[in-house]
Design a protein around this ligand. Sequence first.
Ligand code: 5AD
Ligand code: SF4
Length: 461
Amino acid sequence: MKQVFLETHGCQMNVADTDRMEALLFHSGYLRTDAVENADLIIVNTCSIREKAVHKIYSLFGTYRPMKERNPDLILGLTGCLAQQEGENLVKRAPHINFVMGPDGVDRVVEIVQAASTSNEPRIWIEFDKHKEYSIPEIAPLPGQAVSPSAFVNIIKGCDKFCSFCVVPYTRGREKSRTADEICAEARQLIDRGAREIILLGQNVNAYGKRDLDPPVAFHELLYRVAEIPGLERLRFTTSHPRDFTPETVAAFGDLDVLVNHLHLPVQSGSDRVLEEMRRGHGVDEYLGLIQALKDTAPDIEFSTDIIVGFPSETERDFEMTLELMEKVGFSNSYMFQYSARPNTPAADWPDTSSEEEKKRRLQRTIDLQNRLTQEQGQRYLGKNVEVLVEGLSRRSENEGTPRWRGRTPHYWSIQFDDPELKVQPGDLVTVQVEGQRGQSLFGSMMDCHEKNSRKNSVTA
Ligand code: 5AD
Ligand code: SF4
């Protein structure tokens, strides 16, 4: 078999796209390799969400050029959001690239690899999928490949929100939802093959069903349908937009045992004026109202968020309001970014009002605050028992005798524990007593290893 080296940058959508390309290529005679020097085909699945991500990818071009010079038959392809955004510019910049393909081309990867291998001209495929429906046809799983205990299922692609800073609507196109039947069939298959947790995935997951879905199914209805699948222990979804959150979805947190009490809900800023400039379509009070409604429904719910600092026109006062909001909600985790102007977005033309140094200082202050909040939240678990879904061995385990496992609590804390009696396997649900915290990770001792536990989000004293 020929060999393909696949490299993924960016978000979970890209990870899912890479997995899909791996499976499609396998069935056309390519085996995935971790050794780039053995590859007949290299695919870099790119990200363009922030400038830093893009720089990283450009520097890779230089790395692969000598390999291509040594082996002219090697096929080098760029896929993903940067490929979509830059198209032909990429081959102008790096003529050794054989193909450039946007995210909507993933299901045609075999076709484009074949076209690229029989032509000296680079192939560029950045058409958006014109179909109204979004389908991911089932393909046979890879032989011997284990399913992760926590498995992602794409439910929607694209984004129609057009936040003024974000490239996603331009690189991933309009929102398109998969049918609920197709989603449930995939989830059922993953659970049959060993998954215990399903994470419903999309750029804007709770816009599910809002456009052209036939038959129509609302997002909360989908949650109820997936939750019914036998064998499912935990259900999550990411990423949500506050504006698309319905009261029915809030209620689902109270109704559904398997829906865990953790939510990633990006807020971006704590200033109404900045939120308006960002075109988020909601203010601080609406965000806090939603947080409160969720807390009323599920009192032990925890939240994580995304924050941008240094957005054009952000003042020191605006920034302080972001810190105040973080403190008020008490996020257990935040993904914090310094604003970077992205091509084609409205905000890219707006004057930058804070210096690079100022942005860095603001970023550091959000990181320091989040570290404190995470520390405070984590300390509340000390001495308590938490239910852990075991995902795999921790890295430390590989060079020591006793297996050390890593997993996640319902509230999405990463946690590690030892297994001196060799009782545990990936996919087990285990009760662990929390003994300590290192940043966003907890560690503790195993109290009990049980096959099944549908009791929601259990934390016991
Ligand atoms: N600059 C900085 N951060 C950005 N994000 C999206 N676009 C930008 C940008 N231009 C962040 C947002 C989003 C997360 C996925 O990436 O916080 O929620
Ligand atoms: Fe980007 Fe906004 Fe869409 Fe999220 S909701 S993907 S930030 S445009």
